[in-house]
Design a protein. Structure first.
Length: 256
């Protein structure tokens, strides 16, 4: 199986199991990730999720350019037509019901970087590197990277990364605010465990019942309501157009 889901108590561990391909995402992996996020959202016993890649070389190298239907052996029109409304890996533009920790155990570029941008907390090994490298293969970071990166770091730095495909080390990513903590690879699991412990030590439920992570409706909810993600009648779409993000679960949807 290209992706595994393991439930450890109140924690869901999601691992991309393609180390021989630097955990690159093909069509089957993308589909499986979408199923897993739906499963996590439907499980009321879960309180946090962790996303990582198998091995120590790569978190994810993004789209598998050698696999048909993954951005490699397709035409430009086909590439545009197959965009996932929830972003790369079904997560870069989606907001889960529970916090998502990115355990970055190595290279994260292209779509891999976009998945990092979709995480709430990012813990990186000190050998990890980050970048939106689509420009080097004649693509654009359309699965969330183009929108999200420039909102999270200074605009000129974001633009420079996107038009050159340059990568940055974990320490620089932390200085820019993309990463919460950088530790030696041998300490990565211990650091992730500390963050999980702190999250689980908090109150298990919000006092006001509201959907977690409300900055963007999922593609399924948008289809059910008959509204697109940017429908003027959708307050979440309005906040996104204004460059603001709703804080997960806070009464009144306080802005960040």
């Amino acid at each position: 199986m290209s992706v595994t889901l393991e439930k450890r108590g109140a924690v869901a561990w999601v691992t991309i199991e393609r180390p021989e391909r630097m955990n690159a995402v093909d069509a089957a992996t993308e589909a499986r990730l979408g199923e897993i996020w739906d499963t996590i959202d439907a499980d009321g016993d879960l309180r946090v999720a962790v996303l990582t890649g198998a091995g120590t070389r790569a978190f994810s190298a993004g789209a598998d350019m050698k696999a048909a239907g993954s951005g490699g052996n397709v035409t430009g029109l086909e590439y545009w037509a197959q965009q996932n409304p929830d972003g790369f890996g079904g997560i870069s533009m989606r907001r889960l019901r529970v916090p998502l920790i990115g355990r970055v155990n190595g290279l994260a570029h292209g779509g891999g970087m976009e998945m990092v941008l979709g995480c709430d907390v990012v813990i990186a090994a000190d050998h990890a590197r980050f970048g939106l490298t689509e420009a080097r293969v004649g693509r654009l970071p359309l699965d969330g990277g183009m929108v999200l990166l420039s909102r999270m770091i200074p605009e000129k730095i974001a633009l420079g990364m996107m038009i050159t495909g340059r990568m940055i080390p974990a320490e620089q990513a932390q200085r820019l605010g993309l990463v919460n903590a950088v530790v030696p690879g041998a300490d990565l699991d211990a650091e992730v465990a500390r963050w999980i412990g702190d999250i689980l030590a908090c109150a298990p439920r919000w006092s006001v019942p509201m959907p977690m992570r409300g900055s963007r409706p999922s593609s399924k909810s948008a289809r059910r309501s008959g509204r697109g993600a940017d429908d003027p009648g959708d307050h979440r779409g309005l906040h996104r157009r204004q460059g603001r993000r709703l804080h997960p679960g806070l009464p009144g949807g306080l802005h960040l």
